[in-house]
Write a protein that binds this ligand. Structure first.
Ligand code: AMP
Ligand code: GLY
Length: 429
């Protein structure tokens, strides 16, 4: 199989590495990729959201499968253009990608499918926003209704701040979704679907805030780990039965079948599992940890999903180890990341046992060295026999990386390692 991967982040680097481990994959290409991806496979300077450019590239390469990494090309209809041109694509149509691109659409689908989620109101004016804030009370949750790279959500107990976020979305001609606050730990579960059938990957936990102790603003994600020993027995099966299968059946009924990865962002609240959001692609940085443990050949799996052949795939095969990844971000991330800083130490980190380094915002600088070219620069992945061992390896790798002013969290997986992650006790689960 010859596979073209679209995207340029750590998620795509993880996908490329996993595809290279699949014996049925003969060749992998990426567009546009990054400096790390370019070290592993040929990269092509084509913007992933440019449907014409991507379709031409797939044709020149004779790609058997195109894997769309990020949400932007999906929302831009790149998968539809590729399918129209006769290519096999892993990733949903633009219509199905609305599950991520519009939070109010996702709420509609969940309502129709009977999927548990936070009660919410779509608001288009200040008066509507005020009424919704007062109905739900603090803490307030205000979400930009469009794609915002994980940064469009404000969770605050300050009513003025909540209202100011809503006003800034209205000022940009947008609308907001205001919803009830969900207590309890968050879990990401990725479900691979062929439009009808689906199979889960392993649950992972992401750390969205920039600083230790979940302080500071939301980011795209600062680290992740898997497996989650603190999850209740039967968690994955419960999410498949109550969330993933009903949503996939509903999307098919609506005439917009969902094929690709359904990313279920969940909260384990005192009242049971609730959906926080859906994404329509693999999560970043959870994928870097999850795929580090995948034994099932990824190319075959994604091809089966893309061709409607998942019926026979009941479960996937996983390494027993724990995986932790820690994101190294540039100075100033998430507001105004500083680009161009020299990055060193990647080879030393990768030389450590159980450590790999996946690139995100990296490029080759004018003097041929590696430089930061985005907010999240690298993810350092540690694999180990316990969560403690995996953490130790990931952080030993992070120690080797040098980038002036860089930021990383020191507590990825720490509360789980200490047995401090708990699901709130509830009455009516
Ligand atoms: P989203 O873009 O919807 O994933 O939201 C980003 C982050 O905001 C989530 O990962 C949560 O940490 C937080 N969040 C979103 N919705 C809620 C909610 N209803 N209750 C509590 N936290 C939330
Ligand atoms: N890790 C959060 C996301 O990929 O949206």
């Amino acid at each position: 199989m010859k596979i073209l991967v679209l995207g340029s982040g750590g998620r795509e680097h993880a996908i490329v590495r996993a595809l290279l481990r699949d014996p049925s994959v003969r060749e992998v290409h990426a567009a546009p990729g990054n400096a790390g991806i370019a070290g592993d496979v040929p990269v092509h300077a084509v913007d992933a959201t440019d449907a014409t450019g991507v379709t031409e590239l797939a044709g020149e390469l004779g790609a058997d499968l195109v894997v769309v990494g990020p949400e932007a090309p999906l929302a831009a209809g790149v998968s539809d253009a590729l399918r129209e041109a006769g290519f096999t694509v892993f990733g949903p149509s633009r219509a199905a990608a609305t599950l991520e691109a519009s939070k109010s659409f996702a709420k509609d689908v969940m309502d129709q499918a009977g999927v548990p989620t936070a009660a919410a109101h779509a608001c288009a004016t200040r008066a509507e926003a005020e009424a919704a804030l007062d109905e739900f009370g603090a803490p307030y949750v205000v979400k930009d209704d469009g794609l915002a790279a994980g940064k469009g959500v404000v969770v605050t107990s300050d009513r003025a701040e909540a209202l100011a976020h809503a006003e800034s979305c209205f000022a940009a001609n947008g609308t907001v979704v205001i919803e009830e606050f969900l207590d309890g730990p968050e879990v990401s579960l990725f479900v691979i679907s062929d439009g009808t059938n689906c199979v889960p990957l392993v649950p992972a936990q992401d750390f969205k805030r920039i600083a230790d102790g979940d302080a500071g603003p939301n980011t795209g994600g600062m680290g992740a780990y898997t497996p989650l020993d603190w999850l209740p027995e039967g968690f994955t099966e419960e999410v498949m039965a109550e969330v993933a299968r009903p949503v996939i059946a509903t999307m098919a009924d609506r005439g917009t079948p969902f094929s690709g990865v359904l990313y279920c962002g969940l909260a384990l609240t005192s009242r049971g599992v609730r959906v926080i959001e859906f994404n329509v692609r693999f999560g970043d940085p959870e994928t870097q940890a999850v795929l580090a443990r995948l034994r099932t050949p990824l190319g075959r799996l994604l091809m089966d999903a893309a061709t409607g052949c998942l019926a026979g795939v009941r479960s996937l095969d996983w390494r027993p180890e724990y995986a932790v990844d820690v994101v190294v971000a540039a100075e100033g991330y998430p507001d105004s990341p500083r680009k161009g800083g020299a990055v060193t130490g990647v080879e030393e980190a990768e030389a450590l046992e159980g450590v790999s380094v996946l690139h995100a915002g990296t490029a080759t600088g004018p003097d041929g060295g590696l430089v930061a070219a985005g907010g999240r620069v690298l993810a350092v992945v540690g694999l180990g026999e316990s969560l403690a061992a995996a953490r130790e390896r990931a952080y030993a790798g992070v120690e080797r990386i040098r980038l002036e002013g860089s930021q990383h969290r020191t507590d990825i997986g720490l509360r789980a390692e200490r047995g401090q992650v708990t699901v709130p006790a509830g009455e009516a689960r």
